[in-house]
Design a protein around this ligand. Structure first.
Ligand SMILES: [Zn+2]
Length: 255
């Protein structure tokens, strides 16, 4: 018989996870401030608990969950940043083993091989999308890894196709650049990242139009999902109101 922990114990576990989530190895003081604002705006409960409850209430065995990640830095095109992919693989593992879901990780084309290796390291077998769809969720220790387009129109088409064909029950993003009000994703230093960023905001937009929940993780303000805190980011990082490209719409994700 499986004994479920009490809500008091679950809350205590989540509070501890939230504390760990706020640790910045680079001692960025903005992280706990963003955390406090995000928590206050979402019912003042541990955010890890809220995240888990949202997934538990929506995701059924066999469901597809899309996970957007990948942050390419010019000059490191075949590797990109490491924090998003590692988190995405761990999330995929939890979804596959815990909920018997079919996670599909979406990244820039050049870092698909990197994500596949990260999945192996996390104990998740990386599959193609057709393999994931054919796979038995009953013994699932696998996640799909697919390229998502950088070109906006192709991204629109692929977002619609994924939503039509896979009918995901949730769409997630972890450390994924989101566009500011002018429609372009920016580096924190203000430079336009449009030409090398997969347009995951199209997947989020399509999900919202269809009433599919979107959940996102970020740590500075230019990541998908941080639009919830746009005003807070502007207050904490005044430079984020402007950018260094012709759009002039700032560095923070909006929406
Ligand atoms: Zn700009």
């Amino acid at each position: 018989m499986v004994t479920r922990p009490s809500s008091e114990v679950l809350t205590a576990i989540a509070e501890n996870l939230d504390l760990q989530m706020q640790v910045s190895v680079r001692a960025r003081t903005i992280v706990p401030r963003l955390y406090a604002a995000a928590r206050a705006r979402q019912g003042d409960q541990p955010l890890t608990l809220l995240f888990a409850q949202q997934l538990l209430s929506r995701v059924q065995p066999g469901d597809v969950v899309l996970i957007n990640t990948g942050w390419i830095v010019p000059g490191f095109d075949y590797w990109g940043e490491s924090d998003g992919p590692v988190g995405a693989a761990v999330l995929a593992r939890a979804l596959a083993l815990g909920l018997q879901a079919r996670p599909l990780i979406l990244v820039e084309p050049s870092i698909v091989p990197m994500l596949e290796r990260v999945c192996w390291a996390a104990g998740v077998v990386p599959l193609s999308e057709p393999q994931l769809r054919a796979h038995s969720q009953a013994v699932n220790r696998a996640a799909g890894v697919s390229a998502f387009p950088i070109e906006p129109l192709a991204a629109d088409r692929e977002a619609s196709r994924l939503m039509d064909e896979l009918q995901p029950s949730a769409v997630l993003a972890i450390e994924k650049n989101g566009p500011s009000r002018g429609g372009r994703p920016h580096m924190l230093r203000g430079y336009d990242r449009s030409s090398f960023t997969a347009k995951a905001d199209r997947v989020f937009g399509e999900a919202r139009r269809r009433g599919v929940p979107t959940l996102a993780i970020g740590d500075l303000g230019n990541e998908l999902g941080m639009g919830l805190l746009e005003d807070v980011v502007h207050e904490l990082l005044p430079a984020s109101r402007t950018c260094r490209c012709p759009c002039g719409s700032g560095r923070c994700h909006a929406g």
